[in-house]
Design a protein around this ligand. Structure first.
Ligand code: C5P
Length: 413
C-alpha cells in the first residue's frame, strides 16, 4: 500500500524512523510529510534514509517531483497515517485548516485517515481535543491509541503514542480483513420516524439511530456501498454513505422502495412508528378548539419490512436479503426472546431478525451498548454482544455476509 506518513511535533516523533522501517518491512511504500516542529524532534536525514524518499515540509519550495507537490502526494496516497498526531494537528484537521505542508496535503487527500495521537494527558482529555477527535472519527478517521504510560512531561497517563510495532499491527490487521461485502450494496434504515398530528406536533419514539448508523459504518468497513435511509437521528450521518432523509413511516417506505432494487441486503434498523394519524391537520390545532381532552384516532403505518418480505415472496426473487430488528420486552428470558424473534421472522418473511430484550441492562434504545440474539430463518441463532453498538453491528454483518443468500448470489451490477 502507498502510505503517506504525516509526522507532527510530538516527542514521539523520534520513533518515526522505526515506524517507517517497520511499514516498509511490511511491504508498504512510505512517503513522509512533516511539520516544522516535528523536525525539531526527529532528523530529516534519518527519515529520508529509511523511507528512501525526500521528506516534505515546505509548502513553497522548489519541486522535487513535477506537478503541484501537495496534490501529487495527496493523490498518490492510498492511506494517510499521522503519527504522532498532536492536539494541534488534530484541531487543524477537524477545522479543515491548511496552513502548512502537512495539513495542506491532508486536506487534499481523499485516502482513509488514521491517527496515532501522542500528547500530554490533560491535552488529550481537554474537551476541545475530545470534540475534535470525535468529529474526525465521525468523518471516518480511525484511531490507534493513544496508550497509557509514562509521558515526556514526567507524568503517567493516557496520551502516549502507540509503539510503532502496534501501529503497524493495527494497520495490517485492518487490511487483512476480508472485505466480504465488496461490490455489494447495503440499504440500512435508521432513526425514529415522526408521525405528524398537525403542523407542530408529532408522535415519535426515543431511538437515536445509533445502532443503524453503526450498521451503516460496519457495512462500509466490509467494503459495501451503503444507502442510509434515515429518519430523525441523534447522531451524525457517517461519511461515505448515500444518505436519504425520510421523516415519517410513509416517507421511509417510499424511500426504501425506490432504492430497494439496487440493494443486495436491506437492514431495517429504524424505529418506525406503528401508528399514525390518518391525516395531518394543515396548521396548528388550537387547544382552545380541542378542549380538555384530545381523542386521537390512529391507524397502522405500513409495515415496510413485511411489505419487502411479501414482495420478494410474490416475485420469487431471492434478493434483497432482509434483516429486521426487534426490540422486545422478554424480562431477561432468552427462550421467550427467541420465540418472539421466530414469530417476527415468519410474520415479516425476512431472513434474519436481531432481537434485543430492552428489559436487560445494556440493550436497547439510546445507550452505547447492545446485546441480543441474531436469529436466522434457516434456524441458526447467534447471541451477539454485550458490546458497543459498533461491535455488535460488525458481528451482525459478518454473520449476515456469510449467509448463503449473499455468498451464492453474484453482486448486482
Ligand atoms: O413489528 P415490529 O415493529 O416489532 O418490527 C420491527 C422491525 O420491523 C424493525 O426492523 C423495523 O425497522 C421494521 N418495521 C417496519 N415498518 C414498520 C414497523 C417496523 O419496517 N411500520
Amino acid at each position: 500500500m502507498r502510505i503517506l506518513l504525516g509526522v507532527s511535533g510530538g516527542i514521539a516523533a523520534y520513533k518515526t524512523p522505526d515506524l517507517v522501517r517497520r511499514l516498509k518491512r511490511a511491504g508498504h511504500e512510505v512517503r513522509v510529510a512533516c511539520t516544522h516542529s516535528a523536525l525539531e524532534l526527529v532528523s530529516r536525514t534519518a527519515l529520508e534514509t529509511v523511507s528512501g524518499e525526500p521528506v516534505l515540509f515546505e509548502t513553497f519550495t522548489p519541486r522535487v517531483h513535477a506537478g503541484v507537490e501537495h496534490i501529487d502526494l495527496a493523490s498518490w496516497a492510498e492511506l494517510a497515517l499521522v503519527a504522532p498526531a498532536t492536539a494541534n494537528v488534530i484541531a487543524k484537521l477537524a477545522c479543515g485548516l491548511a496552513d502548512d505542508f502537512l495539513t495542506t496535503v491532508l486536506l487534499a487527500c481523499p485516502a482513509p485517515l488514521w491517527l496515532a495521537p501522542g500528547m500530554n494527558t490533560r491535552m488529550w482529555d481537554h474537551p476541545a481535543t475530545r470534540a475534535n477527535v470525535a468529529c474526525l472519527v465521525e468523518r471516518g478517521a480511525r484511531l490507534i491509541g493513544p496508550d497509557e504510560g509514562e509521558l515526556a512531561c514526567g507524568t503517567t497517563g493516557v496520551g502516549r503514542m502507540s509503539e510503532p510495532e502496534r501501529i503497524v499491527e493495527a494497520l495490517q490487521a485492518h487490511h487483512a480483513r476480508d472485505l466480504v461485502l465488496r461490490g455489494r450494496t447495503v440499504l440500512v434504515t435508521a432513526g425514529a420516524t415522526r408521525e405528524p398530528l398537525d403542523a407542530v406536533r408529532f408522535l415519535s419514539n426515543p431511538s437515536t439511530g445509533r445502532m443503524g448508523v453503526a450498521v451503516a459504518r460496519a457495512a462500509l468497513d466490509l467494503g459495501a456501498r451503503v444507502i442510509l435511509v434515515h429518519a430523525h437521528l441523534g447522531v451524525k450521518v457517517p461519511a461515505g454513505v448515500e444518505a436519504v432523509f425520510a421523516s415519517s413511516a410513509v416517507a421511509m417506505q417510499g424511500a426504501v422502495l425506490s432504492h430497494r432494487d439496487r440493494a443486495d441486503l436491506v437492514v431495517m434498523t429504524a424505529a418506525v412508528g406503528d401508528f399514525m394519524p390518518p391525516e395531518t391537520a394543515p396548521g396548528k390545532v388550537k387547544k382552545e378548539d380541542v378542549g380538555e381532552t384530545w381523542n386521537l384516532t390512529l391507524v397502522r403505518t405500513p409495515d415496510i419490512l413485511a411489505g419487502l418480505g411479501q414482495d420478494r415472496e410474490r416475485s420469487g426473487a431471492r434478493r434483497p436479503l432482509l434483516v429486521g430488528f426487534a426490540a422486545e420486552t422478554a424480562g431477561g428470558d432468552q427462550d421467550r426472546l427467541l420465540t418472539l424473534a421466530r414469530q417476527k421472522l415468519s410474520r415479516k418473511r425476512c431472513d434474519a431478525i436481531f432481537a434485543n430484550d430492552v428489559q436487560v441492562p445494556g440493550a436497547g434504545f439510546a445507550g452505547d451498548t447492545n446485546l441480543g440474539l441474531l436469529v436466522f430463518a434457516d434456524g441458526r441463532v447467534h447471541p451477539l454482544g454485550p458490546g458497543t453498538k459498533d461491535q455488535v453491528a460488525s458481528a451482525l454483518l459478518s454473520e449476515v455476509a456469510s449467509s448463503p443468500g449473499i455468498v451464492a448470489a453474484p453482486p448486482l451490477p
